[in-house]
Design a binder for this molecule. Structure first.
Ligand code: GLC
Length: 500
């Protein structure tokens, strides 16, 4: 039966929690999800045709990575019109149909707000130079570095002035200290809320506001715990990003969004995200995504994240190697148990439910920063195109013959069916995770009457189980069993028990 939804446009009631709080949000990278018209590029009609699958899987929402017109210097994260849809991705009508159909199925829509910068081809760059950050001297005014390498200042050949960009030179940064920029982006948010968006993932939030005096970044005082290019790791990035008055920007988005939740991509350790949570409903927890597959490292990341509050759990996305590639194919199922039992919002990147691995580097290279590997198309069936497109896919699929949704949905022991079961079971699990002592190489926590136990290593392990516990779920048939107060877990396996 359809699980219809209310519109998100009005302000939240007092004490009302955002719907994202315990939601499973499925990230769709639109170009790589489902092509409907044979041009080799995924599109909105394709996404709509796969809604029955997403409803079957049980997700609460889909986050669409950028669907806006873009010259593709950063594959959609360089936007030329924030209120329009890229022609290759669909039409306004396709969007309306997708929203209506998703809402009928109880699936909410989260859009990507790319607000810290625009494409250099955005009309604003010529018509509203005051929307951007410029320097008129002969040399860059400071030592700031762009995230994809090189200085973050580039000379505009048309005017001879230097402009600021936190990412590629084709992505000039907006000046969020300008109230007219804030109003222009608030208008974008209102536009999409009016069109039926239920929430937003806000891109690169920590780059939105920089030091007003453009002071140098000082040398690093302590190691930065998240991966970054070497040259950036040598600096303490306190002026080129993460300004203490970030609230001026976030308050504008907050007001425009009304009750639609805002989830921020803040590329900082969770210990530094609190100022962002004053205005955003949640921020991604990158400590967990970047932790080693090691019990102590994961436990520490989970503890730090839980202490921050408001962390949306994420173990992969369109920017980083997939779980099976990073943490090992043998651990993909246990990683799914971890992601979906921690409580709080959980973000599942398309294809993770099939245990997809990264592909080889693409030829020709599409993304200059090397992210094609984790953006290979979704694998729906065993045919050479994986059922992604009847044309020539913009990136070829990795291994559809051996890993695809059709085969896995028919196999009760597949990782796909494990994801589905987990999404169902998590609705019964309540309470804050409380880690419990467990043998080396295992990770265990309680949530209410439920116990989650993960064996990270290559030999069987035993975790205590309270008397009267029942096995609710495990990563594969026979991967765990309960025996007289002990939960025996096979290598690389995980289980959930419940005390009756
Ligand atoms: C975010 C996006 C990434 C993009 C960058 C610049 O990190 O996830 O894909 O390249 O912002 O917009």
């Amino acid at each position: 039966m359809a699980r219809g939804l209310e519109p998100a446009a009005s302000a939240p009631g007092a004490g009302e929690r955002p719907w994202t709080d315990d939601a499973v949000v499925y990230e769709i990278y639109p170009r790589s999800f489902q092509d409907s018209d044979g041009d080799g590029i995924g599109d909105l009609a394709g996404i709509r045709s796969r809604l029955p699958y997403l409803e079957w899987l049980g997700v609460d929402a889909i986050w669409l990575a950028p669907i806006y017109p873009s010259p593709l210097a950063d594959y959609g994260y360089d936007v030329t019109d924030h209120k329009a849809i890229a022609p290759e991705i669909g039409t306004d009508q396709d969007f309306d149909l997708l929203v209506a159909d998703a809402h009928d199925r109880g699936i909410r829509i989260v859009l990507d707000l790319v607000v810290s910068h625009t494409s250099i081809e955005h009309p604003w760059f010529r018509e509203r130079p005051d929307f951007y950050v410029w320097s008129d001297g002969p040399e860059p005014p400071n030592n700031w570095l762009a995230s994809f390498g090189g200085p973050s200042w580039t000379r505009d050949p048309a005017t001879g002035r230097l402009y600021l960009h936190s990412f590629y030179p084709e992505q000039p940064d907006l000046d969020w200290r300008n109230p007219e920029v804030r109003e222009a982006m608030a208008d974008v948010v209102r536009h999409w809320v009016g069109r039926g968006a239920d929430g937003f993932r806000v891109d690169a939030v920590d780059r939105m506001v920089k030091d007003a005096e453009l002071r140098d970044d000082p040398p690093a005082r302590e190691p930065f715990p998240l991966p970054m290019p070497e040259a950036l790791l040598r600096r303490d990035l306190v002026n080129s990003r993460d300004a203490p008055d970030i609230g001026i920007a976030l308050a504008a988005l907050r007001e425009a969004a009304g009750r639609a939740p805002l989830i921020g991509e803040v590329y900082l350790p969770v210990a530094r995200v609190l100022p962002y949570l004053e205005h955003l409903d949640a921020v991604f927890g990158f400590d967990l995504l970047h932790a080693e597959w090691d019990a102590d490292a994961l436990a520490a990341a989970i503890d730090r994240s839980s202490a921050a509050g408001g962390i949306a759990w994420v173990t992969s996305n369109h920017d980083f190697p997939r779980v099976a590639t990073r943490w090992g194919e043998e651990n993909a199922r246990a990683a799914a148990v971890l992601l979906l039992t921690l409580g709080g919002a959980a973000f599942v990147y398309q294809g993770e439910e099939l245990g997809m691995v990264d592909g080889p580097a693409a030829d020709p290279v599409r993304d200059r920063y090397g992210r094609d590997a984790c953006r290979r198309p979704m694998q729906w069936d065993p045919t050479p195109s994986g059922g992604f497109s009847r044309g020539d896919p913009w990136l070829s699929p990795v291994d559809p013959a051996t890993r695809n949704a059709d085969d896995q949905s028919a196999d009760p022991g597949s990782i796909l069916n494990l994801f589905r079961e987990l999404i169902g079971v998590r609705r019964e699990i309540h309470g804050t995770p409380a880690r419990i002592g467990s043998p080396d190489g295992t990770l265990a926590f309680d949530r209410g009457a439920h116990r989650v136990a993960i064996n990270l290593g290559g030999s069987p392990a035993v975790v205590p189980a309270p008397a009267g516990s029942e096995l609710v779920l495990c990563t594969a048939p026979g991967a765990a069993e309960l025996h007289e107060g002990e939960l025996r877990i096979g290598a690389h396996a995980a289980a959930v028990t419940c005390e009756r």
